[in-house]
Write a protein that binds this ligand. Structure first.
Ligand code: ARG
Length: 262
């Protein structure tokens, strides 16, 4: 995670960003700290990446890389405003030495557009494209990580990254909002995940799908109360957190967290 010390909306690269709307950086920081404390309270280890001035979106740490079984497929951002973030993430992994880092040639925004399900079909990568990540990056990630990558086409600009439309709930199951995907991609998701939890547009617009789950506890945006009820009914324990300030940049819980799969 990376604290939103320099968080601002200085440019607009997704439909949620409005450069004329005021942003309360202090509040963003408070809400971020609560998210971090929530993860620690649930028993998870959190590493902190030092924030850098001039990189207002660096709080969305999920975009910096995608790791599977000790291999890290690096990010290459679509927009120049965020390009330097990839270097900071690379340095984090290289400092730990235990990772094998693969520098990407193709544009991809890390876990923003990649999800991993270790227990689905022996280990499956779900990969989004349409707005940010280039489809060629899916093949590159598949080669780097040695797991099949299923390409899913995103069609609604409000859901510009995979991680605002779909999330892993545990090692083998997902939750998603079908309307964010092309008809063919919806059919593929139905085929691969017949027991998925299905979210509606309201859940997605509340950024409810931008969640992080440890298989039981599902940390999600508190505005997504409808989705929380569905998850409870499906046997999970929803843990709501308030992240209203970070929504102004077009992100929520998952965007703030780069999951480490050593
Ligand atoms: N303002 C950021 C961008 O548009 C938000 C990134 C959200 N992160 C995510 N993992 N969806 O790039």
């Amino acid at each position: 995670m990376c604290p939103p010390e320099h968080f601002a909306v200085e440019y607009a690269i997704n439909p949620w960003m409005d450069t004329s709307a005021p942003v309360d950086t202090e509040l963003a920081l408070k809400q971020w700290q609560l998210l971090r404390e929530t993860l620690v309270r649930l028993g998870h280890a959190v590493h902190v990446l030092p924030p850098e001035p001039g990189l207002p979106d660096m709080v969305y740490a999920a975009n910096g890389a995608f790791s599977v079984d000790g291999v890290v497929y690096g990010a290459r951002f679509r927009y120049p405003q965020r390009a330097a973030e990839a270097t900071a993430h690379r340095a984090f992994y290289e400092a730990a030495r235990s990772w094998r880092f693969v520098e990407p040639a193709e544009i991809n925004e890390g876990e923003g557009d990649f999800a991993y399900l270790p227990a689905a079909y022996g280990g499956l990568i779900l990969a989004g494209y349409g707005f940010r990540t280039a489809p060629a990056a899916h093949a590159e990630a598949q080669e780097a990580l040695g797991r099949p990558a299923i390409s899913l086409r995103l069609v609604d600009p409000r859901f510009y990254h995979l991680d605002v439309a779909l999330a892993a709930l545990d090692d083998g199951n997902i939750v998603y909002y079908p309307g964010a995907f092309s008809d063919a991609s919806q059919a593929i998701l139905r085929q691969l995940f017949p027991s998925a939890v299905i979210a509606d547009e309201e859940d997605a617009l509340a950024f409810g799908l931008n969640l992080v789950s440890d298989g039981r506890n599902v940390v999600l945006n508190s505005a997504a109360s409808g989705l929380a009820a569905k998850l409870r009914a499906a046997g999970y324990a929803p843990v709501p957190v308030e992240l209203s300030e970070l929504k102004k940049g077009g992100g929520s819980v998952k965007c703030c967290i780069a999951e480490l799969r050593p």
